[in-house]
Design a protein around this ligand. Structure first.
Ligand code: CA
Length: 225
């Protein structure tokens, strides 16, 4: 799925994180660091979806949302702080479609983005295929050589990441960003642990060739031998 996404977020670290990760998903992304600039950009080049931070300098996100709604039905996903429950209510009252609490994992955001875009762009459930491996995004189950296997939430997210980017080396930082979120400490061996789980599940028949390979010192890649 593709689409044009406008990010209105003053925190550069988060704006860059979102820009990088959404571009990798083939969305075209623009970013504004404050509300009026965001409104101008939305008017001049209407996006398919807006990611809108509540805490902005000057005009806050609630007000930006309200003004955007006077001229546009574009889906709006608000980003709110954990403690500010009243912002969520105010955001929905101002016409936002959904909200996400910071800090969030990118895949959580991606799921919301897709759900919102699906309201305007209809798509059938997708099945990713690579070699004899399949991943059903509807049932969230894997299948290899006809053998069906279940996946936990994180296993699914990690495998989906590989299936969306076959033959591409994914470095550890990208994997952390995407599956565990930008606030996740990068020192643990959690990726190794989950790759091991996925290998156990995907190498499900005698002599099944390994598909998830280690690229020493960098990360992992889904490819055939
Ligand atoms: Ca902010």
């Amino acid at each position: 799925m593709s689409g044009k996404i406008l990010i209105i977020e003053d925190e550069d670290r988060i704006a860059q994180f979102l820009k990088r990760a959404l571009s990798m998903e083939h969305y075209s992304v623009e970013a504004a660091a404050e509300g009026q600039q965001g409104l101008d950009m939305a008017r001049d080049n209407p996006p398919d979806l807006v990611l809108l931070d509540v805490m902005l300098p000057g005009m806050n996100g609630i007000e930006v949302c309200r003004r955007l709604r006077t001229t546009s039905d574009v889906p709006i996903l608000m980003l709110t702080a954990k403690e500010a429950i009243e912002d969520r209510v105010a955001g929905l009252d101002a016409g936002a479609d959904d909200y996400l609490v910071k800090p969030f994992a990118f895949d959580e955001l991606l799921a919301r983005v897709r759900a919102l875009l699906r309201r305007t762009q209809t798509t059938a459930p997708e099945v990713y295929r690579f070699a004899d491996l399949e991943l059903d995004t509807g049932t969230r189950q894997g299948r290899r050589n006809g053998i069906l296997f279940d996946l936990t939430a994180k296993e699914y997210e990690l495998l989906e990441l590989f299936m969306r980017h076959p033959r591409r080396v994914l470095n550890r930082d990208v994997i952390y960003d995407r599956v565990w979120g930008y606030d996740f400490g990068g020192e643990s061996n959690i990726i190794e642990v989950y790759v091991r789980y996925l290998r156990q599940k995907t190498e499900c028949y005698e002599g099944a060739p390994r598909l998830i390979h280690t690229v020493r010192g960098i990360g992992y890649v889904l490819r055939e031998e």
